[in-house]
Design a protein around this ligand. Sequence first.
Ligand SMILES: Cc1cc2nc3c(=O)[nH]c(=O)nc-3n(C[C@H](O)[C@H](O)[C@H](O)COP(=O)(O)O)c2cc1C
Length: 393
Amino acid sequence: MPAGGPQARIRPRVNATGFPGCREAAAEFASLAGLQQDRPVRMDDLQRAAALRLPAPVIEYFDQGAGDSVSTARAQAAWDRIALRPHTLRDVSRVSTATSVLGQQVAAPVLVAPTAMQRAAHPDGETATARAVAAAGSLMTVSTNAGRTFEEIGAAGAPWWLQVYVLRDRGLTAAMLQRARAAGASALVLTVDTPVVGRKYNAGPSVWDVVPGDFMLVNVPGQETLPAEAIDKADDLTPDIIGWLRECSGLPVVVKGVLRADDARTAVSAGASAVQVSNHGGRQLDLAVATADVLAEIVAAVEGSGAEVYVDGGIRRAEHVLAALALGARAVFLGRPVLWALAAGGASGQGGSDGVADLLTGFADDLAQVMTLAGVRSPAEIGADLVRRSSSS
Ligand SMILES: Cc1cc2nc3c(=O)[nH]c(=O)nc-3n(C[C@H](O)[C@H](O)[C@H](O)COP(=O)(O)O)c2cc1C
């Protein structure tokens, strides 16, 4: 059994002695690996399939960035600029992607970021995502804006963290935290890059014109009748909020949306157990730096503190995951790919939990292969020597 538990992705051994013909060998390898012949996971195909299934304002909402979407467009390119330096002549007959985040075992360091409007991608929304996450041995972050209740999501049995937008009404915020904890949330993810929502341009009708109000914020009691000021995001947060969240919930706090070494140090000094390097998928401050370009300095800033560092933004291939871990991240989070998979993923193309499970297990399988090719057997063996940053980055 793999070190990380029953669900860890282990690259299977192909029996070299029998050596059947090429096609049979490929089929045998694919079935042993649980891989489909069309691997690796192709994100642009998934994105295109989602665009065909969803109303235009919904796919526009998922894909857009703030301003002119410059940060959104730069995110993947920054990962693609990283060059890998694989090891050779290493025994890679057994490779495991298993790891842990805040003590929670996961099958691979590829986790689900919080995103609003999952019910606009699939009627089951976050509940479908949670079922997929449980099946794949992953972990999900549930948005404050979720459209399914914490109890429904918790019942799926996946490990989950609550993403927190601190609301202007702290009493409502505290009630939401307690409800999440009772439903099984095991950490809070405080989003710090959203004192206001970044402006986005819409060519025609926006998502708000086509989806019902109960796709959002269903876990904030009485939100339909509350004045907008009560549920607006707080814009007066300081580092003290981290201690308040810990006290209020008894849960560890991850600070999401950090792009600077000094902010990472401040968050950890104020009691954060982890920081998530993120620019919100480019949906907040346009021209914000790409996460791939600041990850290493943030890892260095908190080194020795015991805090974990995660990263998101533009991660679309297993090679990006390898690069992120080489730069010091403990895990990566996927945002848009999960929405596309919810809408149109899976073997049937019908999305839902099959679509998301297929995305997560496909990523884990791809990562096992990429680790094999890079000469590393576990996430712990992925070191900084595996990457060379290009001089243009
Ligand atoms: C449609 C959409 C909704 C999002 N909603 C939230 C949210 O409610 N809370 C939050 O902290 N981040 C939110 N994010 C940001 C993601 O958590 C994550 O930082 C980002 O999507 C990662 O980049 P990627 O989409 O390129 O993977 C959202 C992103 C998208 C695309």
